[in-house]
Design a protein around this ligand. Sequence first.
Ligand SMILES: C[S@@+](CC[C@H](N)C(=O)[O-])C[C@H]1O[C@@H](n2cnc3c(N)ncnc32)[C@H](O)[C@@H]1O
Ligand code: FES
Length: 454
Amino acid sequence: MEPFRFHLFVCTQQKPEGVPSCSANGSSAVLEALEREIRTLDLDNDVQLTTCGCMGLCDEGPVMVVCPAGVWYRRVHPSDVSEIIASHMRDGKPVERLVWNDAAAMKAMSTEHLVKFRTVMAARDKAGMMPDRIDEMIKGFMPSRCILTALELDIFTAVGEGASADQIGTRIGANARGAGMLLNALVALGLLQKKDDVYSNTPESARFFVRGSKDNQRDGLLHSANIWHRWSTMTEAVRRGTRVPIDRGGTPEWTNDFISGMQRHAKDRAPLVVKALGTEGVHSVLDLGGGSGAYSIAFAKASPDVRCEILDVPEVVPLTAEYVAKAGVSSQIELRAGDMLRDDLGSGHDIIMLNAICHMFSPEQNQGIFRRACQALAPNGRLVVQDFILNPDKTGPQQAALFSLNMLVATSAGASYSEVEYTRWMKDAGFTDVFRINMPGPSDLIVGKVKRAN
Ligand SMILES: C[S@@+](CC[C@H](N)C(=O)[O-])C[C@H]1O[C@@H](n2cnc3c(N)ncnc32)[C@H](O)[C@@H]1O
Ligand code: FES
């Protein structure tokens, strides 16, 4: 059975240097061209495009196979793609000059390649060479640093409708040599284009990185640039077991970038979280550390019966107020400046939310909040923790384990925690029913229900 007229498998396998592969032969450009042509000819409903690993025919790459008929193409060049899509996918006629149908030769090549590959790998191993994957992890900071510096210098805005390195350097107050090198690296990373010494933004850069564009995310992304400085202190933070004070943060710009960064992630997740929790019987929501207010806004929009209170620190509340006003739900949302670790949490709430909060605090601080939240909930009320949840042995998922280090460098006692820990803390605090709701993306919900008589 084949749910599509054609299913195209395109090999994009990468191999160690010196070993032939489809990626070394330009499979990513072929893939891009395929996606473009399928869209252009409006064949999305007929053609399913899937990337795949090595099919053993690497010397002849880029290789692709069209199922269900099993038509093999080899040495595909981006300039061949429009012909393949039009002739084969639209008109049903394979492009014979690129088709490879010598099964015996293909089988022989695949066997030969396997032997060659194993020999190269054994030689690398014998020579004491480190696997490429480790090298890639070690150098992984390089592209990240290029983008963050470009955002800090606001290069994408300075590029405007197109400019030379000298012009851009002048606009951002940077040395022309340095600006030129960074601009070229951004072209290499696919974030800028260059023609006749004139740089221009790609559609994505123009959309997401240029100040003033509708979907501009620069402020929120600058939060990652701020995090970078904290991560640079990790060696010392590990030695000390807590964050190292650095001379950054706490300024109004820092706070604005931080809340924009939170909003970037929260605005799309919030409606999903509200849907997972439901609004039936929910009248009062307390949103502790509500940040941009995304979750309260989503609750308010989901039901006119819901009233929310957002408690956040005094520096953040004015920013929260702007987001809430912009969403047009100010009449349903009250704002309070305070400290969730000390201030009264009120009473009779149907839901108390801790979205991306618990990782900032120590186990003892979280247990304190949970105990006070339990008292502040109405009968059958729910405490909702949304966070990265670690496995019981804390070695994964990867994002949760890495985020724990983010809290080591950024807070005095925060960390990612496991479901076992959250469950124990909630039960100790008086919650009778504790369960997990898995969400799309890296963080999940742990919900504690309090069953108390009225
Ligand atoms: C990681 S952000 C999460 C924001 C929001 N809940 C979300 O998921 O988008 C943490 C928020 O908690 C606030 N916060 C930190 N410590 C606090 C405290 N002691 N009392 C109240 N709010 C606090 C921060 O200002 C920030 O808005
Ligand atoms: S790398 Fe593509 S077939 Fe081997």
